[in-house]
Design a protein around this ligand. Structure first.
Ligand code: CA2
Length: 145
């Protein structure tokens, strides 16, 4: 049976491709989901690609992943910089966690330089555009081998 990776996306990422293309690129979140499914298949993994604007929903999916997933890739969006609750939920998950940011957050406003999630993440991607999700999946394949 193939291992499942949850790919979780936080608030406002449903707007990807519709605004601020100079920061986040032109691809929509649906485009990213299709590319992730393709890369996961090549890597011998199954991915569950999810987005919510609600912190509690993301926490519920992290809890669900405790039984259902071997690894988590997460772009918590703005909750990266504010949410101890998401950090606590990720700390309850035993498998590898990779944090992804489309933009190079360290080149941006100071409030984007701190991440609660990085205290749990086994790897962090920032500034690779949406390609970062695919690179994260490849690294997840390596971590789960
Ligand atoms: O670079 C990233 O992936 C971020 O996680 C994106 C978040 C931002 O708050 C983080 O600091 C860095 C913002 C997600 C909102 O995405 C939008 C995309 C297109 C149009 C509007 C919002």
């Amino acid at each position: 049976m193939t291992k499942t990776v949850y790919i979780l996306n936080g608030p406002n990422l449903n707007l990807l491709g519709q605004r601020e293309p100079e920061i986040y690129g032109a691809e929509t979140l649906d485009d990213v989901a299709v590319a992730c499914a393709d890369t996961a298949k090549t890597a011998g993994l199954t991915c569950r690609f999810l987005q919510s604007n609600w912190e509690g929903q993301l926490i519920d999916w992290i809890h669900e992943a405790r039984d259902a997933a071997a690894g988590i890739i997460i772009n918590p969006a703005a909750l990266t910089h504010t949410s101890v609750a998401i950090l606590d939920a990720l700390n309850s998950f035993d498998g590898p966690v990779i944090e992804v940011h489309i933009s190079q957050v360290h080149k941006r406003e100071a409030f984007r330089h701190h991440s609660y999630v990085s205290q749990r993440a086994d790897a962090v991607m920032a500034g690779f555009g949406t390609h970062g999700y695919l690179l994260a999946l490849r690294h997840m394949q390596h971590l789960l081998a």
